[in-house]
Design a protein around this ligand. Structure first.
Ligand code: GAP
Length: 447
């Protein structure tokens, strides 16, 4: 076992501890704040602070890069969050998007029946009501009149935006199956028990792609996307042993799915879902086609055949995934006999890729450091820190996951060179100021 693996095992042994440490770090260092905190909080939502917003944007950008930018057959979409009831009637959500709700007859807390094994987690009572289906859709009214004719819903998944725009995208983009439509954005579910920090919230962000394939190829593409998506997490730094694939049993499948497999992460409370990959068949296109009267089939000009493609859907949570990256990256070690906390985030995800640290606040060093910052900024997110000792500043950058610190010292004024320090190895190399950008670009694969 390497020292790093040993440390990880120690951290896993105190898993609750890890959860608390990461949640505290998120608050203390400006990653995630509880929403409406100054009014006593609003338990089911969170706000992303200056560092969290960078990390979350980077997670979404890494997903977009892999799912859209690096592919020829996948295009993007940004559909509306508010939609009319007809969409959710056809998709089946108005009828079937529900969790089983029970109430404890002793303390009157309400729970999701499938998550509590018959015992109230609040007071330990087994005296629970019969489970009833509780619909998770958020209902609101569009416009100034609050009658039934004005009802609208906040989307509980981004997916339907892709289905109802299927014909628009097909007609404008000259695509043929297999092809995909990808979307990143907010979704809303009136969860019975939001919990575990940003793991389950009522407002969250999803990263979903609907991949339209000839029905006969659906099984092959299901397997393909399961493997692709698993690889994405590993490439961005989650150790394989903390990931697993779990196939759903028939009783677990959503109303639209004939096969679903979850990519699960080993959270401090155990294995839990990061992402679901589903074979949604032609359920959605057929339902919207029939309900709207608009043809949502694909016409294959070569064969003269018209058919509803099947849909393979990798559906991930951006906010949940961000939390998994933080948990996987958290580490504690020693540097020169001093304990440190370090987030070993992949450079693509780190809130800042570089921090520029002048050794002193003297004017000449400030001027030179500001020039270094200006040279780096077009290519990287750069932090600039002049307060406290250099050792303290390194620790601060380690704790927020900055992969590289660029230190500007008095010698820099003479040799026009600076020191680049690596977060993980703490190794330092001297580099001419003129090549700092190129050096860091090389370390980030030039993109
Ligand atoms: N379109 C399919 C769909 O929405 P899902 O498994 O219900 O499938 C996909 O959601 C992903 O969205 C989940 O794997 C999870 O990462 C994220 N997600 C779902 N509900 C969430 C919630 N309440 N809070 C945070 N993330 C959530």
């Amino acid at each position: 076992m390497t020292p790093a693996e040993k440390r990880e095992d120690d951290l896993e042994a105190s898993a609750d501890n890890l959860f608390d440490k990461v949640v505290n770090l998120c608050k203390r260092r400006g990653f995630v704040f509880p929403s409406a905190e100054i009014y006593g909080g609003f338990r089911s939502t969170y706000d992303y602070g200056p560092l969290g917003v960078n990390l979350l944007r980077n997670v979404k950008a890494a997903w977009w890069r892999s799912m859209v930018q690096l592919r020829r057959e996948v295009v993007g979409l940004d559909a509306a969050i508010l939609s009319p009831p007809a969409v959710w009637a056809a998709s089946g959500h108005l009828r079937q998007f529900a969790d089983p709700l029970v109430e404890c007859r002793s303390c009157h807390e309400r729970w999701r029946a499938d998550k509590i094994a018959g015992v109230c987690p609040n007071c330990g009572s087994r005296d629970l009501t019969e489970a009833r289906a509780f619909n998770l859709l958020f209902k609101t009214h569009a416009g100034p009149i609050e009658d039934e004719g004005a009802v609208a819903y906040l989307r509980p998944e981004t997916a339907q935006g892709m289905f109802i725009n299927f014909a628009n995208v097909l007609n404008t983009m000259r695509l043929s199956p297999p092809f995909g439509i990808a979307q990143v954005g907010k979704s809303f579910r009136n969860e019975i028990t939001p919990q575990n920090f940003v793991f389950r919230t009522r407002e969250f962000e999803q990263m979903e792609m609907e991949y339209f394939v000839p029905p006969a190829e659906a099984d092959r593409w299901f397997q393909y996307w399961l493997e692709e998506r698993f690889r994405w997490y590993v490439e961005l730094g989650i150790p394989e042993r903390k990931l697993r694939i779990r196939h759903h049993g028939a009783d677990e499948l959503s109303h639209y799915s004939v096969a679903t497999a979850d990519i699960e992460f080993l959270f401090p409370w155990g294995w839990d879902e990061l992402e679901g990959v589903a074979n949604r068949t032609d359920f959605d296109l057929r339902a919207h086609g029939e309900a709207s009267g608009t043809r949502l089939e694909y016409f294959d000009q070569a064969s003269g055949e018209r058919y509803y493609p099947y849909v393979i859907e990798p559906a991930a949570g951006a906010t949940r995934t961000m939390m998994a990256f933080l948990l996987a990256a958290y580490d504690e070690d020693e540097v020169a006999g001093e304990p440190r906390t370090v987030l070993r985030l992949h450079w693509r995800l780190a809130p800042y890729q570089v921090a520029v640290l002048p050794l002193s606040k003297k004017e000449a060093l400030t001027e030179l450091s500001e020039a270094v910052v200006a040279a780096l900024q077009p290519c990287f997110m750069v932090d600039y820190d002049v307060t406290q000792s250099i050792g303290r500043r390194y620790r601060r950058q380690d704790e927020i996951g900055t992969p590289w610190c660029v230190t500007v010292d008095f010698k820099s004024l003479e040799d026009r060179a600076v020191t680049i320090r690596d977060r993980d190895t703490t190794e330092q190399v001297r580099v001419p100021i003129d090549s700092v950008v190129a050096e860091l670009q090389a370390r980030t694969e030039h993109c």
